[in-house]
Design a protein around this ligand. Sequence first.
Ligand SMILES: Cc1cc2nc3c(=O)[nH]c(=O)nc-3n(C[C@H](O)[C@H](O)[C@H](O)COP(=O)(O)OP(=O)(O)OC[C@H]3O[C@@H](n4cnc5c(N)ncnc54)[C@H](O)[C@@H]3O)c2cc1C
Length: 242
Amino acid sequence: MRQQAEQFGAKVIEQRITSIARKRDDFLLTSERGERKFRTVLMATGVINRRPPINDAVHQSAMDAGFLRYCPVCDAYEVKTQKIALLGAEGAGLAEALFLRRYSDCVTLLTLKESELQPVHQDALAKAGIEVVTSPVAAFDFSSGAAVTLMNGKTLRFDTLYPALGTDPNNDLALSLGLVVSGDRCLVADSHQRLGIKGLYAAGDILSSLDQISVAMGQAAIAATTMHNDMRDEDGETWKPV
Ligand SMILES: Cc1cc2nc3c(=O)[nH]c(=O)nc-3n(C[C@H](O)[C@H](O)[C@H](O)COP(=O)(O)OP(=O)(O)OC[C@H]3O[C@@H](n4cnc5c(N)ncnc54)[C@H](O)[C@@H]3O)c2cc1C
C-alpha cells in the first residue's frame, strides 16, 4: 500500500509529531527533526491497549501463540468453545465477557485488583453463566496456554486470556488544539470525518467507533474525499449551479 501511494506522489515521512499548532490557514507540525506546514491534517493516531503486568518478550510470545488476545470482535471465532479468561472486572471486562459468552460456555472473569462489580453486573454475569473470580491475579504464566496464580494461592488454567483493561487514546495533539473528546477520550467527527476545525479530519481508532481495520479504512476513504472537496471548495473550484 505504501508503494502504491508513493507511486502516485505521496511522501511517507516517519516521524513522531510532538506538537500541532494553527498558523493562519495552515497547521504547523513539529517533530524532533523540525517543523513543517500542512494545509490539511488527518488525525489517525490510534489507541494503546493497556497491558497486563508482564514483560515485553513474554507478551509477544503469548500473543504469537494465541494465548493472549486483545480483540474479541476480531478473533473470538478462533477460540470458539475454548476456556477463555477475561482480565478486568469493570465496565469493559463485563461487556467483553458477555460478548464472548456467545462463543464459549466457559468464560471466566478475572481481576487485577479487588473487583468493583455492582450487584446488577454480578446478576448479569450469573445469568449468562460466567464465573467471576474475586481473588486478584498475582502472576501470569503463558508457557502453555494462559495460567494465572491468584492472590489466594490458587492457580487457574485457560486456553487463552483477553485483557480488558481499557485503552489510552493518542489524543494529546487533538486536545492541544482544544478539541472536545467523548466519554472514552476519543475524538468525535461529523459524518464527513471533519473535526470542527477547518482543515482537520480524523479516521480510525482515535474516533469513538468500532476499532476495526475495515472501519478505519472506510473512514479514511470518506476523509480523503472530504479533504479533496473542501480544498476545491476553498479554492473556488466547486461547480455551483447558476
Ligand atoms: C492485538 C490486536 C489485534 C487486532 N486484530 C484485528 C483484526 O484481526 N482485524 C481488525 O479489523 N482489527 C484488528 N485490530 C484492530 C486494528 O488494529 C485497529 O482497528 C486499526 O489498526 C486502527 O488503525 P488506526 O490507523 O486508527 O490506528 P493504528 O493502527 O493504531 O495506527 C496509529 C498510528 O499512529 C501513530 N502515532 C500515534 N501518535 C503519533 C504521533 N504523535 N506522531 C506520529 N505518529 C503517531 C502510532 O505510532 C501508530 O503507528 C486488532 C488490534 C489489536 C491491538
